[in-house]
Write a protein that binds this ligand. Structure first.
Ligand SMILES: *Cc1c(COP(=O)(O)O)cnc(C)c1O
Length: 358
């Protein structure tokens, strides 16, 4: 009976299946290997011991956090919206703009939430393909042509793209935003700290441009579920229409604020991981049967001979990387999050053993 009550377009959904097995090295979810900075942890524990006010609802507008973010990015705090992860902002964008008959243009292969949120809102997702033969590079032309043909309400660019790691140059992103005047252009910059490229300052000029950011990756706070959007006043007000009250817990707001204060340590962590990414990419290239895609993020996509077998053997050793089930564009691909040197070395040793003994 319940089955028939479910909206038909949702029936075939499969709940997100995060690997929950015991692991030795976890390189499957693009998390940061670094703990929350010690000073931030101390301040958070003082906050909890002293007067956390957890009997009260949190600040529904996350004002302190938004003001700190506004200083960090040099934008008006009123143009920032905080969400329970940037995932929530993706959902809100769909709920505000997408209804039956509306289209959402999004890259493939990329992040699954763009299509899912569109379907849940009742809209029609339309993908533009990043060609494996072209190393998954974005093609501005492909997006503009799809825009003319499909007339979408939302256009997604994931930059750098998850899981392929490639980057669309800022000039091209702005050309897309300038061309797609009747759509909201959403640039998901979840990994942009790892390449130091952003269109955040451009949101002042492009009223249809919105940038999504998260504390989950470069800031090492995946556990607190906190993300934010930056856009002009028109778009920001629109997104706020469907934001639930009190959507960020007080603890998350405060934890994010404290980590934003540890700029030096965060910058060090980022540059460490960028350095490791370059080293790990180079080392992976040396292994027989592995094709390495260039990455601007904190993960590396590889195409591997006998991928399933390699994946299984890594799992047996307690080393988790990401494999992509049903996606034909990502056949034989693994996504490896960059860890600390010791983790990366263990991974390389195991891969070497597996690839030369099959
Ligand atoms: C991880 C990720 C996010 C979401 O992060 P939250 O944890 O929900 O803030 C958004 N977009 C992409 C492309 C991601 O990989």
């Amino acid at each position: 009976m319940i089955e028939e009550l479910i909206r038909p377009e949702i029936r075939s959904f499969i709940p997100y299946d995060a690997n929950q097995q015991p692991y030795k090295i976890k390189l499957d979810a693009n998390e940061s290997p670094f703990n929350m900075p010690l000073k931030a942890r101390q301040k958070l524990s003082e906050f909890i011991l002293n007067n956390p006010g957890l009997n009260l609802y949190p600040d529904t507008d996350s004002v302190k956090l938004r003001k700190a973010l506004s200083e960090h990015w040099k934008v008006d705090y009123r143009n920032i919206i905080v969400g329970t992860g940037s995932d929530q902002l993706i959902q809100i964008l769909a709920n505000v703009f997408v209804g039956p008959g509306d289209r959402v243009l999004y890259p493939a292969p990329s992040f699954g939430m763009y299509a899912d949120s569109c379907i849940i809102a009742g809209g029609t997702p339309v993908k533009y393909i990043l060609q494996p033969e072209n190393r998954f590079e974005y093609s501005k032309q492909t997006i503009l042509e799809a825009y003319d043909k499909e007339k979408p309400k939302l256009v997604y660019i994931c930059n750098p793209n998850n899981p392929t790691g490639n980057l669309m140059p800022r000039g091209d992103v702005l050309e897309v935003a300038g061309y797609c005047k009747d759509a909201v252009v959403i640039v998901d910059e979840a990994y942009a700290e790892f390449c130091d490229d952003t269109v955040i300052p451009d949101t002042a000029e492009y009223e249809n441009l919105i940038v999504l950011k998260t504390f989950s990756k470069a800031y090492g706070l995946a556990g607190i579920r906190c993300g934010y959007s930056i856009a002009g006043p028109g778009l920001t007000n629109a997104v706020n229409l469907a934001r639930a009250p009190y959507n960020i817990s007080s603890l998350s707001q405060y934890a994010a604020l404290l980590v934003l204060e540890e700029k030096t340590e965060i910058a060090q962590n980022i540059s460490y991981l960028v350095n490791e990414r370059e080293w790990l990419s180079k080392e992976l290239t040396k292994i027989q049967g592995i094709d390495v895609y260039n990455s601007y993020a904190n993960f590396i996509l590889v195409r591997v001979d006998n991928c399933r077998e390699v994946y299984k053997k890594l799992c047996e050793k307690g080393i988790f990387v990401r494999i992509f089930g049903a996606s034909p564009l990502l056949e034989n691909c693994l996504r490896i999050s960059v860890g600390i040197r010791q983790q990366n070395t263990v991974l390389l040793d195991e891969l070497n053993t597996i690839c030369y003994n099959k």
